[in-house]
Design a binder for this molecule. Structure first.
Ligand SMILES: [Zn+2]
Length: 188
């Protein structure tokens, strides 16, 4: 490990002190190696690895700082996320540069692919699948085949079949949900 240069300066507190200039080695030294990834174990703000930079007296992005030290282009307003998908990874080889506009786009995409969104999507599909025709429902109930066979043939889940067979479902499907409203006297 090559330590960075030592600087003597007046610390933000007003006291005289010294600090070691950040180097790629010193920044990566505290990281946990996971495959090719270097997972930051220091301070994280807003999901991004941050480190105190004495020179600017600010918390700065570790990925951005490593790029700067390596002499790679760093632009104000650009984002430097990790390409491997781990937000804590600060491996220089996994750091990519994105403009603000592309970053917002990527964030939106990640959000739409998030597990929560996926669950909602699946729930909608399964709700749609529950709407079986009357013929299909009577087939489920009256068929001599076992549950898994009927389920596979009709393209529904096994639990849907067993729910219909146990009578847990089907009652509501058979009843007209508007019946109460159509009944004489139901109107205000
Ligand atoms: Zn990585």
């Amino acid at each position: 490990m090559t330590p960075g240069r030592i600087y003597y300066c007046r610390l933000p507190s007003g006291r005289l002190g010294s600090y070691t200039e950040h180097s790629v080695e010193s920044l990566l030294a505290g990281c946990e190696d996971l495959g090719d990834c270097r997972l930051w174990r220091g301070y994280v703000g807003n999901g991004t690895p941050l480190v105190y930079d004495f020179a600017s007296d600010k918390m700065v992005s570790v990925r951005r700082l490593i790029r700067e030290i390596l002499g790679q282009t760093v632009q104000t307003g650009n984002y430097y996320p990790s390409s491997c998908g781990d937000p804590l990874c600060v491996a220089p080889e996994h750091t990519i540069s994105r403009t603000q506009r592309l970053h917002a786009k990527a964030m939106n995409r990640a959000l739409s692919e998030s597990p929560a969104t996926e669950q909602i999507r699946r729930a909608k599909i399964s709700t749609a699948k529950r709407l079986l025709s009357d013929e299909q429902i009577s087939e489920i109930i009256s068929s001599d085949e076992d549950g898994p066979t009927v389920a596979a043939r009709l393209g529904v889940s096994r639990s849907t079949v067993s729910k219909y067979r146990r009578g847990e479902r089907g009652v509501y499907r058979a009843a007209n949900p508007w019946a109460a409203l159509l009944m004489p006297g139901a109107a205000r």
